[in-house]
Ligand binder design. Structure first.
Ligand code: FO1
Length: 313
């Protein structure tokens, strides 16, 4: 297959946002669109919070908080500390600048703007030329099924620090959610899809399983980058979830998960160079390359390798 000229990159969370920044440095806004998970969204303190849209937005604006992984660089925490001192909920750390983004998004949504239009306004104001597209304008909410019962995603991930043991997931609202029409239109002449190194269970699944997505993308060459390196996730609970789901926390198991759950979706898989000795175990075309992204150079190199991989498919 030839190197794609127009790709859709699927992302959610911090790992995916790193590769997204790399892709944004080598592809123009016309050559790549970012389809972002919205199932981590929740209403908190009366605000509509879209964590994966925000992680990608701050990453593309190069204003993400490198220490925390999430949120905005150069933050102050006066609001959330003061809220705590008044007995308000402060387990979800909202920085002062970050608060402005949530207030702006919530105001736009309350005025009847779609999540897409609100995201276009905010990303434009932050100087981002690339298109950050929610996978749907309709609500989808990940529910994590644990031994302590069903938990809203942010309660599981942040409030309970991913401690509860996971038995499964639900994406409430996904049956009625329609794929973002901007993404659907873009897919008609898109010749490559890259699934960024995001959590396959809670960041990628709500994107792929939106009604109409697989039907619209079946013919488009698709590769995924493993979020698991040497049996561990670079960030987040993917490896822990896999162990709790009785799946080996390996890159091979991620590939097999994708192939089992979405037969025919993947044409290729990218694993970390440190897992190269496992290459012969993969059934689908697989390449090993440095995938742990610390610097901008790492992000760009992985993005370039993903694109050149299509020449080998
Ligand atoms: N993650 C945390 O671990 N602790 C937090 O207090 C926290 C606050 C937060 C605020 C805004 C936002 O956009 C993201 C935030 N995150 C926090 C990250 C977020 O929970 C995750 O990035 C995603 O939901 C999982 O990818």
């Amino acid at each position: 297959m030839a190197r794609p000229k127009k790709i859709l990159a699927i992302t959610g969370g911090v790992g995916g946002a790193k590769l997204a920044l790399g892709l944004s440095k080598i592809l123009s806004p016309e050559q790549v669109m970012f389809a972002v998970n919205i199932a981590d969204d929740f209403t908190h303190l009366g605000l509509h919070i879209s964590p994966d849209i925000d992680s990608l937005t701050y990453a593309l604006a190069e204003q993400n908080n490198q220490e925390l992984g999430w949120g905005r660089a150069g933050e102050t925490w006066q609001f959330i500390e003061t809220l705590g001192s008044l007995g308000g909920e402060n387990w979800f750390r909202l920085g002062d600048k970050d608060m402005a983004l949530h207030m702006r998004r919530t105001g736009l949504l309350n005025d009847g703007t779609t999540l897409t239009a609100a995201t276009v306004e905010i990303t434009r104001r932050m100087g981002i030329a690339h298109r950050v597209m929610p996978i749907s304008n309709d609500p989808i909410r990940t529910v994590v099924q644990t031994e302590r019962g069903d938990l809203a995603f942010q309660h599981y991930f942040v409030r309970d620090r991913c401690q509860p043991s996971v038995s499964g997931f639900r994406f409430d609202g996904i049956e009625n959610a329609t794929i973002n029409p901007v993404i659907r239109g873009y897919l008609t002449d898109c010749d490559g899809i890259i699934i960024c190194p995001s959590n396959p269970f809670v960041s990628v699944a709500p994107v792929i399983e939106v009604t109409g997505f697989l039907a619209a993308t079946g013919h488009i060459p698709t590769i995924a980058v493993s979020p698991i390196v040497r049996g561990a996730a670079i960030k987040g609970p993917a490896a822990k979830m896999m162990q709790e789901l009785n799946i080996p926390s390996t890159a091979l198991a991620v590939a097999e998960h994708y192939q089992g759950k979405y037969p025919g979706l993947l044409d290729g898989f990218v694993i970390d160079a440190s897992d190269a000795e496992d290459l012969d175990q993969f059934k689908l075309p697989t390449v090993a390359t440095p995938s742990v992204m610390v610097s901008l150079t790492d992000r760009i190199a992985l993005a370039e390798r993903c694109l050149s991989f299509y020449d080998e498919l």
